[in-house]
Design a protein around this ligand. Structure first.
Ligand SMILES: [Zn+2]
Length: 119
């Protein structure tokens, strides 16, 4: 069982939807030219946290953005199967604090850390 409330799930879904639009806009824009990315992309009203997230994404290269896009897509798909918020490796719930920072996290902190140690 997820420990997230319906309200929290709704908010994460909203943030992931925004992130998906932002990534798409950034990929579209960087495909056209190599000018610095315009942070004033017309994607609707942004909250402060969305704007901060966007700033971080604008500094990523296309490859990183593409990976991020896949993670965001996978997370959005996980809402349909009720698996959002669960680690894809150990299937334990991912902590709210971690999701708050990175809603598309595919893994819990423990799994992420063990992957990083293996590298
Ligand atoms: Zn895990």
């Amino acid at each position: 069982m997820s420990s997230l409330t319906a309200e929290q799930l709704k908010e994460f879904f909203r943030r992931l939807t925004v992130a998906k639009a932002q990534i798409k806009a950034l990929l579209d824009q960087t495909a056209q030219d190599s000018r610095p990315v315009d942070l004033e992309l017309p994607i609707g009203r942004l909250t402060r946290i969305d704007a901060i997230q966007m700033q971080g994404m604008a500094q990523m290269n296309r490859q990183q953005l593409d990976i991020r896009r896949q993670q965001v897509d996978a997370s959005l798909a996980a809402f349909d199967t009720g698996k959002f918020g669960f680690c894809r490796h150990c299937h334990q719930p991912i902590s709210f604090a971690r999701l708050e920072v990175l809603p598309e996290s595919p893994f819990c902190v423990d799994c992420q850390e063990s992957f990083e140690r293996e590298r």
